[in-house]
Write a protein that binds this ligand. Structure first.
Ligand code: 5GP
Length: 122
């Protein structure tokens, strides 16, 4: 699979500081910030700073340091947000079938209420 990264996507602009964000946590390789249109009381996005389109792209091309930092940051953010005890959901949309809006890898951390079943019938 050949991946093409669009440096004009909205999260690339956030990473360059061209668009503001409400940061939850920033590390050497990762940024976590509140989703602009929250779909639950807690809705935070976690993105790698590197130019990766999807999770599969990230795992294929990122360094071990980036991958470890990303995975640990997701867990740390969950702890900071206080969702671990009551439960939370991690979603990453990739490509057309998942209706990925922003072509820069991101996971959604959702929590703060009962989130219902994962998928609605088609
Ligand atoms: P996707 O559908 O690609 O998985 O999700 C993209 C997410 O990015 C959506 O939940 C949307 O609300 C969020 N989003 C889009 N533009 C912005 C923005 O400029 N700032 C922030 N914080 N979130 C955004």
């Amino acid at each position: 699979m050949a991946y093409t990264y669009d440096p004009q996507n909205i999260f690339a602009k956030i990473l360059r500081g061209e668009i503001p964000n409400k940061t939850v946590l920033e590390t050497d390789h990762t940024l976590a910030f509140h989703d602009i249109y929250p779909q639950a009381p807690i809705h935070v996005l976690v993105i790698p700073k590197g130019p990766y389109v999807t999770y599969d792209h990230f795992c294929a091309e990122a360094s071990d340091a980036e991958i470890v930092d990303y995975a640990r940051t997701v867990a740390k953010v969950c702890d900071m947000l206080g969702v671990v005890e009551d439960g939370w959901r991690l979603i990453s949309n990739a490509g057309a079938n998942a209706i990925q809006e922003v072509p820069h890898l991101h996971v959604h951390i959702l929590g703060g209420r009962n989130l219902g079943r994962m998928l609605q019938p088609a």
